[in-house]
Design a protein around this ligand. Structure first.
Ligand SMILES: Cc1cc2nc3c(=O)[nH]c(=O)nc-3n(C[C@H](O)[C@H](O)[C@H](O)COP(=O)(O)OP(=O)(O)OC[C@H]3O[C@@H](n4cnc5c(N)ncnc54)[C@H](O)[C@@H]3O)c2cc1C
Length: 406
């Protein structure tokens, strides 16, 4: 069969129907590429609208090429946060060191992007919303793969059959639980919990972050511009993952308030603001590590399959690259071959990025007085200039070109 015959066959064949659970970063990115390759895509998101809270996130290395190929790089460049200074403070609020942020994050000035999470999800959603069906305020209730497709019942009551289903539903993925069992099996807890929310910028901060530390605790105020809000961030060591709190916002607030009860600096005001915040995001600092990312006609992508934790700063970049690789691997084959190719070509990139934890990032949050003093010495000695190259792990995959069918 010639390529022309193949394309004619594909154009006249009914479009393969797929369902994606989750409209965060991985979900809309996967929807974009699957739609490009001729699939009829539905995305189901449990929230009522696109969720736009969260701390600013990085798009770096290989992921920059994904957003360039999607045509959203100019929009993201406009949204880039030009963070100019990162100041570390002691428990009494005195300055330890003030550094160029790239020296700590491994980002490359002028190339890598840091944007509000909502600006990234907004750009991804805008790029697909006219071509893809979105079902907000709903979620998958059951999945049955015993027939020739995947029979899905939705919480809202409807029932539909899809050729494939994708779990892009984040660290606490229900799709993963349906397929592979409880989260505890794959959850690699790194010993911290964190809360993020926005509050009034009464501090006069602009394009900068202030981070206060005592052993096992960090509080940061992150001003993305000159506007009225700052991103507040509270990170604390906690020996066991608080699985009960992950689905209970009041328990999360209590846990954070207890951890910072006697803290100084601006922390009392931050705790008060957290109580009233309507965009609180709380989670464990954790990775997901799985031996396989698919089962039958269902595959996982992004945090659901391989969350790297915010300590790597690579969560969104892995989600973007994973979505591109998964969709491309399915462009001209069936699900079994496509899922195998996706894992084969993406796993090493995921692994080297997950392994970035422990090579410096976690030391930003020392848990003992001695380790904190060592970190402070390291910060005082940091060169003022960022490395020009960035970390090799961020660019450790060269994106293939996949054959578009439409
Ligand atoms: C509101 C929000 C704020 C965040 N803030 C931070 C932060 O401050 N720091 C940080 O390190 N990471 C944060 N993250 C996680 C970060 O966005 C991801 O690590 C990264 O972008 C990978 O994206 P993802 O699409 O795999 O997962 P996510 O961005 O987590 O997206 C998953 C999506 O799936 C939806 N979902 C979950 N369960 C279901 C279900 N059962 N059915 C349907 N939909 C479902 C969620 O509502 C969400 O929209 C945040 C995530 C969210 C949702």
């Amino acid at each position: 069969m010639t390529r022309t015959d193949l394309l004619r066959d594909i154009r006249t064949a009914p479009r393969r129907k797929v369902l994606i659970s989750g409209a965060g970063v991985a979900g809309p990115a996967l929807a974009f590429w699957l739609n490009r390759y001729g699939f009829a895509v539905t995305v189901v998101e449990k929230a009522r609208t696109l969720r736009d809270g969260g701390y600013p996130i990085d798009v770096r290395g290989t992921a920059l090429e994904v957003v360039r190929r999607m045509g959203i790089l100019p929009r993201l460049r406009d949204a880039h946060i030009d963070l100019r200074r990162l100041t570390f403070l002691d428990g009494d609020g005195s300055e330890v060191a003030s550094v160029n942020p790239h020296t700590v994050t491994g980002g490359v000035a002028g190339r890598d992007l840091e944007v509000r999470r909502g600006d990234l999800t907004g750009a991804l959603y805008t790029a697909v919303r006219d071509d893809v069906e979105f079902l907000f305020n709903d979620s998958i209730d059951t999945l049955d793969q015993s027939g020739h497709g995947v029979d899905v019942t939705f919480r809202g009551g409807s029932r539909r059959t899809f050729d494939m289903v994708f779990g892009a539903d984040g660290l606490h993925s229900r799709t993963r639980e349906f397929l592979f069992g409880p989260e505890e099996r794959f959850h690699r807890y790194l010993g911290y919990c964190f809360a993020g929310f926005t509050m009034r910028n009464t501090f006069g901060l602009s394009h900068e972050t202030m981070m206060w530390n005592t052993p096992g605790r960090a509080a940061a105020l992150y001003a993305v511009g000159d506007n009225d809000d700052v991103h507040a961030f509270l990170n604390f060591a906690h020996p066991e993952p608080p699985f009960d709190a992950f689905r209970n916002p009041e328990a999360q607030r209590d846990l954070v308030a207890a951890a910072f009860a006697d803290a100084g600096w601006e922390v009392p005001g931050m705790l008060a603001a957290m109580r009233d915040a309507d965009d609180l995001f709380f989670d464990g600092v954790s990775q997901i590590r799985m031996p396989r990312w698919s089962s039958g006609r269902v595959a996982l992508v992004g945090d659901a399959a391989y969350a790297p934790s915010f300590l790597t700063g690579q969560g969104s970049s892995l989600a973007l690259v994973g979505a591109y690789m998964l969709a491309g691997s399915l462009a001209d084959g069936d699900h079994a071959a496509g899922f195998a190719a996706y894992e084969h070509h993406t796993r090493e990139f995921v692994t080297v990025n997950q392994e970035q934890v422990g090579e410096g990032d976690a030391t930003l949050f020392p848990t003992t007085a001695r380790a904190l003093e060592q970190r402070n010495d390291m910060l005082r000695n940091l060169s003022a200039m960022p490395s020009a190259e960035g970390r090799p792990a961020h660019s450790a995959l060269t994106l293939p070109e996949f054959m578009p069918m439409t």
